[in-house]
Design a protein around this ligand. Structure first.
Ligand SMILES: *Cc1c(COP(=O)(O)O)cnc(C)c1O
Length: 482
């Protein structure tokens, strides 16, 4: 010990262990299909196998890998399994994992342009590429008044949009009580919980969020939105922010963004469009209808970490007027002053987000786009949508089942006609079996099963097997209760 110079892992050892870890991940990719999708661990089971105290002296790397296998893996729900249909996809890919590794290896802090120019410029560039790739309005390009930034999540993107909307509505009073009248925000009854959370964090309060009614397809009713805005104006309040969803989490409903945008324009409200999962579909020209109305939006976001083969976390967020965002979020202390910032010639992304520090996330996105190319990404997105359509057609042809909502893209909401308890029982049986993993939602009073198709390696044979297992489980459940 006395002659030991340090406790660090040497580059030589890193090389060896790094290869082992990459091998471990490659093996995992090969066997993940065979593992029970939903972890069957009971509460506390993982912790009960961990030592009470941390090691006083370093342990051999083999011991850590062995515990990964023995303790951690049984407590993992396999989001990368091709039999994972729960919630939403959170897919990854070889290039994305390698990009993440490179980002960790380079280990920069990209808070300012000056703290690592490539971290900022690659991000700006890739987000400009994505404007073209998704055919988004050109106002989101960094060459105009707008621009894009990578946030950790759609939740953060929505919060930043709301903060900018709040500041714009209060003449940039910097979060002061500069607001003369209480601000009001709007979204639909189907909107994601992150919107209410943002409204709370931004200080408006949950009471100031209006949940607008939806039509039979679960899309926001614009006439109800406008009536509510007018009623709030009449009551002396200050409407300031609307979030429309392109693909709600519950049923993939697509709000009528054109009509909502016209209402926002008329009344001077900030329109944020949340396309967290579904935005990826716009890679394909035949699905670009989901972009309709974006020319009226002040901000837009989608998550490559859901359906674009980029591991968590990576949300792309664009604003039409970056000065509103930067004015809302910029605080410049002396210790961060530098020439590049003063010159005004660079972007400092710390001013586009809540935290100061930031990771080099653009690297993994860059690797993904360069590996697949636009055509490769389209190919896989199309396949997922085709699989969802095939699944939906099987549901429709089966007299025991029915679709519970339209299927615009890759999410199928469906149910057994036997009622809520039967559907719950079907889902619980399937998830306990480990063969696949499904989750549910409530649409009206109905307990509805959600088949979300978007894992990187989900093929027709997986979806066909899932349908077989669902029907089999239904047979057991209804047979047992008959
Ligand atoms: C998944 C989802 C979110 C939340 O995404 P995070 O990135 O985890 O914050 C928000 N809105 C919609 C429509 C979603 O599908």
């Amino acid at each position: 010990m006395a002659d030991r110079k340090s406790f660090h892992m040497t580059p030589q050892e890193f090389r060896r262990r790094g290869r082992e870890v990459v091998d471990w991940i490659a093996d995992y990719m090969e066997r993940v299909e065979e593992l029970p999708v939903l972890s069957q661990a009971r509460p506390g089971e993982v912790r009960s196998q961990l030592p009470d105290a941390p090691p006083a002296t370093g342990e051999p790397f083999e011991a850590v890998l062995a515990d990964l296998e023995r303790i951690i893996l049984p407590g993992v729900t396999h989001w990368q399994s091709p039999n994972f249909y729960a919630y939403f996809p959170s897919n990854n890919s070889g290039p994305s994992i390698l990009g993440e590794l490179l980002s960790a290896g380079i280990g920069v802090q990209g808070m300012l342009w000056a703290t690592s120019p490539a971290c900022t410029e690659l991000e700006t560039h890739v987000l400009d590429w994505l404007v073209e790739m998704l055919d988004l309005p050109r106002k989101f390009l960094s060459s105009g008044d707008g621009g894009g930034v990578i946030q950790d999540t759609a939740s953060s993107a929505t919060l930043c949009a709301l903060l900018a909307a709040r500041e714009r509505a209060t003449d940039f009073a910097a979060g002061d009580a500069g607001c003369r009248r209480p601000l009001v925000a709007y979204t639909s009854t189907q909107a994601h919980s992150s919107i209410e959370k943002a409204v709370r964090i931004a200080g408006l309060g949950s009471d100031q969020l209006r949940l607008i009614d939806v039509d039979d397809d679960y899309a926001m009713l614009p006439e109800v939105l406008e009536r509510q805005i007018e009623a709030d104006l009449e009551a002396g309040l200050e409407p300031c922010f609307v979030t429309a969803a392109v693909g709600t989490t519950s049923s993939n409903a697509i709000d009528p963004v054109v009509r909502i945008g016209e209402i926002c324009r008329r009344h001077g409200l900030w329109l944020h469009v949340d396309a967290a999962m579904s935005g990826t579909a716009a890679l394909c020209p035949e699905h670009r209808a989901i972009n309709r109305g974006l020319e009226l939006a002040d901000s837009y976001c989608f998550n490559p970490h859901k359906w674009m083969f980029t591991n968590f976390d990576c949300d792309c967020f664009w604003v039409a007027d970056r000065s509103a965002l930067v004015r809302s979020l910029s605080v410049l202390p002396e210790y961060l002053r530098n020439q590049a910032t003063e010159s005004g010639a660079v972007i400092d992304y710390r001013d586009w987000q809540v935290p100061l520090g930031r990771r080099f996330r653009a690297l993994k996105l860059w690797l993904v786009i360069r590996h697949y190319g636009v055509e490769g990404l389209r190919f896989h997105v199309r396949r997922h949508i085709e699989l969802a359509r095939a699944f939906a057609s099987w549901v429709e042809e089966d007299t025991d089942f029915e679709l519970a909502a339209p299927v615009p893209l890759n999410l199928v909401c469906f149910r057994h006609r036997g009622g809520n308890a039967v559907n719950q029982e079907i889902m619980d049986r399937l998830n306990a079996s480990g063969a696949l993993y499904l989750t549910h939602t409530k649409l009206g009073d109905d307990f509805v099963l959600r088949m979300s198709i978007g894992q990187a390696h989900t093929e027709e044979r997986h979806v066909a097997m899932a349908w077989e297992l669902i029907r089999e489980a239904a047979g057991q459940v209804t047979g047992a209760s008959a």
